[in-house]
Design a protein around this ligand. Structure first.
Ligand code: GSH
Length: 201
């Protein structure tokens, strides 16, 4: 979702091939044998198969919304926050979403551990509109989809937490046109099904 949002914001035009994770097409695995989405194949055949790298690829080409951090220090701090989200917070999210699937992780301890990170985000948002600056930047776009997933596991519980700033930030992110556009459903692409290849961005 975050890779799609960056591609949309940057205005890059891509052919979008929606794949089913339970039925991965051979072309997809040939491009990136690790088999995780998203995967971007450039015109020259170069493959980028990490969502954050796809975001950076798109925004470095064109960044009309100024999502890329302005200075070197802010870039390092943004990437560090995103790395914590993709690492520790994602593990807690998985433990909360899929209790029992990860050894030694139950839903309630995963939720508590994840809540620590969300509290921190809420404190950041108390003093500015975005996680890194007083506007939306890369970190907001990269992290919001995971906060959304965490909130969705038990909406009543999430809504009962005293995270006013985080809740407002999340609602705003989810209402943004680029989010709605990124969430749009696309037909599943299959080998030789040229008709389901769509222009995106
Ligand atoms: N760090 C990777 C994680 C990608 C990832 O784990 N994607 C999941 C879907 S959200 C996936 O493709 N899982 C493979 C599978 O379920 O077979 C990225 O952000 O690009």
């Amino acid at each position: 979702m975050r890779a799609r949002m960056a591609i949309l914001a940057s205005g890059q035009r891509c052919e979008l091939r929606e794949v089913l994770l339970r039925d991965k097409p051979p072309e997809f695995l040939a491009a990136s044998p690790k088999g995780t989405v998203p995967v971007l194949v450039e015109v020259d055949g170069r493959v980028i198969d990490e969502s954050l790298d796809i975001m950076l690829w798109a925004l470095r080409r064109s960044d009309p919304e100024r999502w890329l951090p302005a200075e070197g220090d802010e870039t390092a701090a943004s990437l560090a926050l995103i790395a914590r989200c993709d690492g520790e917070f994602k593990r807690h999210l998985d433990g909360y979403k899929y209790p029992g699937r990860l050894p030694g992780l139950d839903a309630s301890s995963s939720r508590n551990a994840g809540a620590g990170f969300l509290e921190e985000l809420d404190a950041r948002l108390a003093t500015r509109a975005g996680l890194m600056a007083d506007r939306t930047t890369l970190a907001d776009i990269a992290i919001a989809p995971f906060v959304r997933q965490f909130a969705q596991v038990d909406r009543d519980w999430f809504d009962a937490q005293p995270w006013r700033h985080l809740a407002g930030w999340l609602a705003e992110r989810l209402q943004s046109p680029v989010f709605a556009q990124a969430m749009a459903k696309h037909p599943v692409w299959r080998t030789n099904s040229a008709s389901s290849a769509m222009s995106f961005g």
